[in-house]
Structures are given as C-alpha cells and as structure tokens.
Design a protein around this ligand. Structure first.
Ligand SMILES: Cc1cc2nc3c(=O)[nH]c(=O)nc-3n(C[C@H](O)[C@H](O)[C@H](O)COP(=O)(O)OP(=O)(O)OC[C@H]3O[C@@H](n4cnc5c(N)ncnc54)[C@H](O)[C@@H]3O)c2cc1C
Length: 453
C-alpha cells in the first residue's frame, strides 16, 4: 500500500535567517509549518557575521534579545580610506536600536531555528528538498481557489528571460517537495498548502521553479576568513573603502574587519561584480592584498589565520523573481533581497521572511492567492524605491574615478559620512527632516523620474 504523503499548512525550504524567521512567525500565529534544512545545526555559513540595528530589531521582535547577550555588541562603524579614519556611531532611530552585534552564523542560525521549533514549527535537519511537487491540476493549488491572484504562471515562461519581474511572471503552483534524508538516502514527499522558498543565494529549488536573476541588477562576490586578534573586543566594526585591484584601481566594494569578542575577528572583502569591468575579479587575490594592507595592529597574518577563507555570492536589490505564485513565495537571498548599498542580507532575510509569513497567514485564513500576490506589493512598498536609489548608486561607484571621488569627498566630513551611513544602512528617520533625510528624499525624487535602473 502506498504511504500517505505528509501534509502541512506550509513547507519552508531552508532554515537560514529568512526561512527560520518565516517559520517562527507562522508557527507563532498557530499554523502548521514544516521546515526542511539540508544541513544539521549548528552549521557554518560563510558570512561577515555582522548584525546591524535592522537585524537586531527583528531578533528582538522574535523575543531573542536575551539570546544575543553573549554575542559581541558594537556601537558603530569605523570608516577608513585614503589615510583618513572616521568613527561613526549608529544613529538614534525611533524603530531601531543604536547598536549591532557580531555573532557567528554557526551560533546565530541555530538559535533562530530552535526558536522557530519552540514556537511550534517542525524542523527536519539533514533533509534536502530535491524537486518541487506540482498540483495535478492548477485548481488543486489551494489558496488560488479563494483569491483573485491570476493564473498559475509557469516555470519556463517566467524564468528564462533574465529580467523576470519586469515581465511580471508568476511562479508555478508548487504544492510541496520531494525530499531526501542525506544520511539514510531515503526519499519522501512533503505536501503543503503553501511553499516558501528560502534556500539562499544559489537557490537551486527556486530555479527549478523557474526563477532567474535580473542580470542588470547588482551582484556581489565576497570572501571571508577568521583570524585571531588582540583587538577582538573592539566596539566598532571597521570598513576599508579604498581596496584596490591589481591595476591599482579602487574597486566598488570594501574590506572589513568585524571583531567577534571571542579572540577572533571576521575579515573579508566584497566587490560588486555585476559591471563588466569587475566581472571575474579575483576575490582571493583581493583578500590577500587586504590582509597585507590592513592596519598592523589587527595582527592579521598567515600565522593568526584560523583557516582558508570561503566565499559566496550576494544577489542584491530584489534581483530574483518571480517572487509569487498561487501557492508559493520567495524570501531572503532566494529573492535577491540583499541591500546593494552595503551587502547586508541577514536583516532583509528576517524582514522578507516576516512579510511572507503575514501574507501566507492571510492566504491560509481565507484570503487565498490574492494575499500571496500582495506579498510583491508589500516588498515594493518596503524596498522598491530604496533599492532603486541603491542601484543608481552602484552604477556610479562601478566607475573607479567616481568611486574614488565619492569616498574621498565623504571622508572629508564626519557629518556627511554619518548621513551616508544612515542612508546606506537603511536607517533614515521617517519622522525627521535632518540632512540625511533631506538628501535621501532628494535621491528618491530623482530615482522616481528615472527609468528602472
Ligand atoms: C562572504 C559573505 C559575507 C556576508 N556578510 C554579511 C554580513 O556581515 N551581514 C549581513 O547581514 N549579511 C551578510 N552576508 C549576506 C548573508 O549571508 C545572506 O544575505 C543571508 O545568509 C541570507 O539568508 P537566507 O536565509 O536567505 O539564506 P541562507 O542563509 O543561505 O540560508 C539558506 C538555507 O537553506 C538551506 N538549503 C539550501 N538549499 C536547500 C534545499 N534544497 N533543501 C533544504 N535546505 C536547503 C541551506 O543549507 C541554508 O541553511 C554575507 C554574505 C557573504 C557571502
């Protein structure tokens, strides 16, 4: 006799920041949610390990403020370039704290995933989603019946174009996944009324649903390693804005040193690799050059290195789509939600996971597919214009002369750099008309008049 497939309200693919946050908010609201995660926690994830005030706010909202007590708290950013150094504390803001944390993803992701389980989510670790399941008929895709969200879309049509969301494609009606237990090799089907895809920057599962990246949008490449350092308890994270390629050109990116407070610092380089000139930039060489170039006082060397650096891709600015379908949503890096201004993705993973959970909850409660379609509107409300401004900024700094001019001008004025930090970390105050807010609103007004960047 064939076994009856497991069935849940929601299946989440991946338990990184976006999947775990989505699962937490859904479980907290009382929905039956299962998460499959191909690794076992605690697991390593290549990252700079930096949490900005936006990320801290999301963790605190999930009730995890106390869980951060043992993490290394820091007060702001030390920006270094062309011989100048500016210490920029996090600004005060009505919605976000004026501090951040540096915490390994090894510890952070386990904490959030366990929290989702405590809230009632079922977490399958060491279980990989290998292929999507589809409704036998489009009408079997449950939430779509109740809503006016439009057709089923299609894996082929939406994905191949390379410019997916301008085409307004939709994800196909996915109703679950065939999953494989990595240890036993056992394969089974998990079905759900709604599937949330949170499988990260490579997003194989997402791509098998027909998603693609808009290649005209910014894309980052970054590499990081750990080093032992006497300065591991510093209260400022450090960014070097004048890293150079082998020709001596200032690259559109930065080198970082983030103190972990446990004897180590996280050191890395990130470069925006989408512009033709920077495609194929050798990040290993950049990393070696940065380790040589970083202030001696950090004590970075082969001897203090804790192991070979590892790297990854950073899809930015909502570059991946389509992001909605009659039974499916994309969140976090799978949707390309990293902030192009600074390469931050953890906060946007938590935020998009939470936005998705609220739309999924509405869909399950009776609104159906229209609530899932509303996810795209909510994403655009939250990030649309901000990311458009960021994409224009990226186009400017891809030109080494302009990158150099921007950085050296900013470094001459602490207050100008403070405003820039506020804009780049998405911490502009809605309730104020200070210089950062005026500058940002002018940029938004300009971005509104431009065709999609
Ligand atoms: C070098 C580097 C440095 C970075 N530094 C920072 C930083 O300092 N601060 C910051 O905010 N952001 C940083 N980022 C970006 C940040 O790491 C990502 O934006 C963030 O991890 C996105 O979270 P996510 O949940 O969407 O994806 P992920 O964190 O990638 O999580 C996806 C999860 O899905 C699992 N998975 C994948 N496929 C499957 C499958 N088929 N079945 C089951 N499970 C699956 C994976 O194992 C993983 O656990 C950095 C990125 C890089 C590469």
């Amino acid at each position: 006799m064939a076994s009856i497939p497991e069935h849940h309200d929601v299946l989440v693919i991946g338990a990184g920041p976006s999947g775990a946050a989505c699962a937490y908010w859904l479980a907290e609201a009382g929905w039956d949610v299962a998460v499959v995660e191909r690794k076992h926690f605690p697991r390593e994830k290549t990252c700079g390990d930096g949490l900005t005030p936006r990320a801290v706010r999301q963790l605190e909202d999930m009730g995890l403020g106390a869980g951060l007590d043992n993490a290394h708290r820091y007060d702001g950013l030390r920006a270094c370039a062309f011989g100048s150094v500016l210490e920029l504390p996090w600004p005060s803001h009505p919605s976000f704290p004026a501090y951040g944390y540096v915490i390994t993803r090894h510890d952070l992701d386990q904490m959030v995933a366990e929290h989702a389980v405590k809230a009632g989510a079922t977490l399958y670790q060491g279980v990989e989603a290998v292929s999507p399941l589809f409704a036998d008929k489009a009408s079997d895709a449950e939430p779509a019946r109740a809503g006016a969200a439009g057709g089923a879309g299609g894996a082929g049509g939406a994905g191949a174009a390379g410019n997916v969301f301008r085409d307004g494609g939709r994800l196909p009606p996915c109703t679950g996944a065939t999953v494989r237990d990595k240890e036993s090799g056992q394969v089974r089907d998990i079905r759900a009324r709604i599937v949330v895809v949170a499988d990260g920057a490579n997003s194989r599962f997402g791509r098998s649903l027909g998603t693609a990246r808009n290649t005209s949008y910014p894309m980052g490449m970054a590499l990081r390693g750990y080093f032992r350092s006497d300065r591991h308890e510093e209260r400022f994270i450090e960014s070097h804005l004048d890293i150079r390629d082998k020709s001596g050109a200032v690259v559109p990116g930065y080198g970082w040193i983030f103190p972990l407070g446990d004897g180590r610092v996280n050191v890395g380089v990130g470069v925006l690799s989408s512009a033709e000139r920077w495609k194929g930039t050798n990040t290993s060489r950049l990393m070696d050059a940065f380790v040589d170039f970083a202030p001696r006082s950090w004590g970075l060397s082969d001897k203090s290195s804790c192991g070979a650096p590892t790297g990854g891709r950073l899809p930015m600015g909502l570059a991946v789509g389509p992001r909605t379908g009659p039974t499916t949503l994309l969140v976090g890096d799978a949707s390309g939600s990293i902030n192009p201004f600074n390469g931050e993705g953890i906060a946007y993973g938590y935020e998009t996971g939470r936005l998705a959970a609220s739309c999924v909850g509405r869909a399950l409660a009776g609104e159906g597919g229209s609530a899932l379609a509303d996810y795209e509107t909510r994403l655009q409300d939250a990030y649309g214009l901000y990311y458009k401004v960021a994409r224009v900024f990226v186009k400017i700094i891809n030109e080494p002369r302009l990158m150099r001019a921007c950085v050296s001008t900013g470094m001459r004025s602490e207050s100008a750099m403070g405003w820039l930090l506020r804009i780049m970390a998405n911490l502009v105050r809605p309730d104020e008309r200070g210089p950062a807010e005026i500058a940002y609103r002018s940029l938004v007004a300009l971005a509104r008049t431009l065709p999609d960047a």
